[in-house]
Design a protein around this ligand. Sequence first.
Ligand code: MN
Length: 474
Amino acid sequence: MPLSKPALDKYTPTIGIECHVQLKTKTKLFSAVSNDAREAAPNSLISHIDTGMPGALPVLNEAALELACRAAFALNTEPQKFSKFDRKHYFYPDLPKGYQITQYEDPIIKGGFVEYPLDGQPKRVNITRVHMEEDAGKNSHPDGADYSLVDLNRAGTPLLEIVGEPDMHSAAEAKAYARELYLIMKYADVSEVDLYHGNMRFDVNISLSVQSGKLGKRTEIKNLNSFRSVENAVNYEILRQAELYEKGQPVEQETRGWDEAKQKTTPQRGKEEAQDYRYMPEPDIPPIVLDDEYIENIRKDMPRLPVDIRQILNKSSIAANVIEDILDNDAVCNKVLEAIDSGADSINSARIAYDSLEKPATLNINVSEHIKIAEALKIKTLSSTTASLVLESLAENPAQDVAALIAAQAQVSDEGEIEKIVRQVLDDNPKAVQDLKNGEMKAIGFLTGQVMAKSQGKANPQVAQAAIKRLLGL
Ligand code: MN
């Protein structure tokens, strides 16, 4: 039986997230093998280092180190000047060395924080630490077979593990934080953030406390790969734990998996199986020592991050919810920022944002030309109808001359030219003219509409209406 809202309200959830992010390097963390296993045949992207052959010597990929340092700035802190790698021992078929190379005592990042908006309110999650580590391979278990398969393409893939403090208290916060990490890693150019291919995996810790404030036992849901599954898994786990407490039963400290099809968590392993990883310093890789110049060079190359972009777009009078839509689409975002950088005012940049979101084909149009169209609309040379025609035409064939397209669709304000059309319309519509002379003012709307239609939408309606009145002596 589902819990009533008051029963659920007795419990305060506390949530922490650990996130593995794949770094966008060309090669693996310790070998010169391609890091892009998406299209590759199993075990085709491996070397003696990834397969853990005896005597193989890992060499740190400097590009991975640089991306980790960018991540430090993106998380509002600096990389550690001293960090080092350690071996974490465990036995599993997808890890032929018998240990994972990771950072234990001295990670590349300590501290930092993530700030993100939720329903217009700023929220913050503090970062405990971030370390670099290699990914393991992948086991698969073919249906009905009495064997398992191991693919080591992923072995040695460079990862960052971002460990956050348990600073969240709802599923909505957990989802928004996961999305913010995604945006940060994308805009900081640290990761391809391809969620479908597992570039970001979230492990979520959840416990409930009752009024006493004492935290209950926590469970960990492993390997969530979408914001939606983070939200759903947290909601499910809050209910499951609350129901146990309501029945007077204990919550076990354990690791659980998320069943996407059934939308529920299932037990994987309990605390009693907690492992001793026998950490030891990695003897084959020297410690990483960074000097001020190295750190400064990375700092000054940092691109604009979501927090900066929100501020810039906000100054351009773009609504908060539209800003989030723009951030979700980096092609749109880059175009709008380019427009603002090249001097587009707030009306024109908001217009370009609107066009790019509503009509993806207009991303073809280069920024300076798009600004010209937005400007023509603003000063009413184009109506929204004729502006759409220009946009569609230019999107289809970007080689056209934008000034000529605007001129062809430009609103006609020339009184002589409009008067010619008005005379024609008055001749063709004697009844409406009589109605108007009899004081039926709505007839002027009809006649103006006829002028607009005859001019294919280009006549300036104010000028047209004034001409109708003048010619009829009203
Ligand atoms: Mn890890």
